[in-house]
Ligand binder design. Structure first.
Ligand code: ZN
Length: 259
């Protein structure tokens, strides 16, 4: 044993808790990707803080009923920082956890694909709010890589419609993400619950746990008696359920926690 005195920091406490766990479920949110230059929504530099109008772009009913909203949404997708963002040390720490054989799965609210880009196995990443990397036709459901549609937008189609080989229904296209007013894909919450059921700890990172039903896996894990560790910059809705709370920059915290 090292003799460093009796000081127990939350970080050491969290480490000790996780060291005893063979299979850890992770819930990740926007705070994990701010370190990669992708703004969150309601933070100090958040998308909706700096441009309150932008929130409309994420409302499903507005998107479907108003062509001018779709034009703005496609323009904004074209300029999104997502296309050039790279994973940060927080994402990479979760890859290390997987390689150590201790990751039950990642349930992510993020739509940026950075977990997979970092090297997390796609079958272990449950994108409950969808992905910006695919476009979907709201009429026939056909999905295609969004790059193809973005090229059409860049070439002058302001409100691109379903037109991709055999799929040619003319329906409205949208990024394959869950907007306000849309329900989650039926299997995604079941899969999230199963991930927690197969784990012996839950680590929530970079989310204020305000978006349901996804955030409900925290009380679920707590009721099941799993240790719950919440790492976020600032308070979360379920701080009272956490065994250990870590407050800070996730690109620094996670490598220290999971090293
Ligand atoms: Zn279609």
């Amino acid at each position: 044993m090292h003799h460093r005195g009796m000081t127990t920091t939350p970080l050491n406490e969290a480490r000790a808790l996780l060291n005893g766990c063979a299979s850890i479920a992770v819930l990740s949110g926007a705070g994990l990707s701010t370190g990669s230059g992708i703004p969150d929504f309601r933070g100090p530099n958040g998308l909706w803080t700096t441009d309150p109008d932008a929130e409309m772009l994420s409302d499903f009913d507005h998107y479907v009923s108003d062509a001018s909203i779709r034009v703005r949404a496609w323009r904004s997708r074209l300029q999104s920082p997502v296309w050039t963002a790279t994973p940060n040390a927080g994402h990479l720490a979760l890859v290390t956890l997987e390689h150590a054989g201790r990751l039950a799965g990642i349930v992510t609210q993020n739509i940026d694909g950075l977990h997979q880009l970092a090297g997390s196995s796609p079958h272990l990443v449950n994108e409950v709010h969808g992905s910006v990397h695919r476009a979907i036709c709201l009429t026939c459901g056909h999905e295609q890589p969004i790059e193809i549609v973005l090229e059409r937008v860049a070439a002058g189609e302001e409100d691109p419609r379903c037109r991709d080989g055999a799929f040619n229904c003319g329906g409205i296209l949208k990024s394959s993400t869950i907007s306000f007013g849309q329900s989650l894909l039926p299997h995604s919450m079941d899969d999230a619950v199963a991930t927690v059921a197969n784990a012996d700890a839950l680590l929530a990172v970079g989310t204020t746990l305000g978006v349901h039903p996804v955030a409900s896996i925290v009380p679920l894990a707590s009721r099941a008696g799993l240790p719950v560790i919440i790492a976020n910059r600032g308070e979360t809705r379920y701080d009272h359920l956490a065994d250990v709370l870590l407050d800070g920059d996730l690109s620094e915290l996670l490598p220290e926690l999971l090293a």
